[in-house]
Design a protein around this ligand. Structure first.
Ligand SMILES: [Zn+2]
Ligand SMILES: [Zn+2]
Length: 373
């Protein structure tokens, strides 16, 4: 039992008071965990594009004030009633989508879209009582994705926590709680490349080149509007670059030409609807598979000619790389512990409107290096 169990914990958090306005680091009160909830001390948290997307609130429902953050690693501080699978002191990764273990999805080998705990971007409260565990002078502060890791302490549903190897360095495996696992799962579990050499096209996410390499890709084509990212992306395994701005025809035509008909696998991570369509149309007919990962504008519509599908191209989508967070994430951490280097660079979190820094740190940038050789 920790000395703070059952008590409100005052700590620092980065508060988003309004869409697009700088986060303010200030003291927040974190209530104890209720039934099936866990309060954790966040040791490391990273900035993921989805945080920015909802902070900007363009094309999404605005919900403020709010504590963002969903990629993190930490230690269990206390647990609420009914929690039996994690204990005080356990090392854990919070995940934006959960696993109740009982619903049809959790019982299916094919799905990680838990009925109870699947991602809900519009909910700012806890499931058990519809209330927030965060407040400032009595004003409730909304949660984000059930994780809200831009806080020194946060409360998470126990089904959204993966208990991991206590020897795993939290500053490294932090990035497995969203981005890297999503990229790895999108390539290994969803794109499912055949054994042997194949080509893979990645849309704007050079960090995932390492995931494609782990999955055996020999030719990794990075598509990016920013030529400055190319040099860095090369270090992580991108073998060729295509900048749509360099061409006066659709980029999928350019990719089809340089790959003799299209790539074997394509993974789209930006959420831009036109990039999604290009990512689908650039795969080879007969066997090509495109996987959508990025979060689109909620009104976006995917348009392509049906003949592109009839010609035996496959379009798939995934949340969190089809990994079940509690069941599968510990083995992803072990995979890292055994072989795969992760590289992170950390910087203290401060904001322009706050001179105080925050003991939780934000990683900029993050990358996965190398393969499994
Ligand atoms: Zn994320
Ligand atoms: Zn479930």
């Amino acid at each position: 039992m920790s000395t703070t169990a059952g008590l409100v914990i005052p700590c620092k958090a980065a508060i988003a008071w309004e869409a697009g306005k700088p986060l303010v680091i200030e003291q927040v009160e974190v209530a104890p965990p209720q039934a099936m909830e866990v309060r954790m001390k966040v040791k490391y948290t990273s900035l993921c594009h989805t945080d920015l997307y909802f902070w900007e609130a363009k094309g999404q429902s605005p919900l403020f004030p709010r504590i963002f953050g969903h990629e993190a690693a930490g230690v269990v501080e206390s647990v609420g009633e009914g929690v039996s699978d994690v204990q005080v002191g356990d090392h854990v990764l919070p995940v934006f989508t959960g696993e109740c273990g009982d619903c049809r999805h959790c019982k299916s080998e094919e799905s990680n879209m838990c009925d109870l705990l699947r991602i809900n971007t519009d909910r700012g409260v806890m499931l058990s009582d519809g209330k927030s565990r965060f407040s400032i002078s009595g004003t409730p502060i909304n949660h984000f994705l059930g994780t809200s890791t831009f806080s020194e302490y946060t409360v998470v549903h126990s089904g959204c926590l993966a208990k991991i190897n206590p020897l795993a360095p939290l500053d490294k495996v932090c990035i497995l709680s969203c981005g890297i696992s999503t990229g790895l799962g999108a390539t290994l579990n969803v794109a499912k490349p055949k054994k042997g050499s194949y080509s893979c096209c990645l849309w704007s996410w050079s960090c995932w080149a390492g995931c494609a390499r782990i999955a055996g890709a020999s030719r990794i084509i990075g598509v990016d509007l920013n030529p400055k990212r190319y040099e860095e992306a090369k270090k992580f395994g991108v073998t060729e670059f295509v900048n749509p701005k360099d061409h006066d025809r659709p980029v999928q035509e350019v990719i089809a030409e340089i790959t003799n008909g299209g790539v074997d696998r394509s993974i789209e991570c930006t959420g831009n609807i036109n990039a999604m369509i290009s990512a689908f149309e650039c795969v080879h007919d007969g066997w090509g598979v495109a996987v959508l990962v990025g979060v689109p504008d909620k009104d976006a519509v995917f348009m392509t000619k049906p003949i592109n599908v009839l010609n035996e191209r496959t379009l798939k989508g995934t949340f969190f790389g089809n990994y079940k967070p509690r069941t599968d994430l510990p083995s992803v951490v072990d995979m890292y512990m055994n072989k795969t280097p992760l590289k992170t660079t950390w910087t203290p979190m401060t904001t322009s409107s706050s001179s105080s820094s925050f003991s939780v740190r934000v990683k900029v940038p993050v990358s996965l290096q190398g393969g499994m050789e």
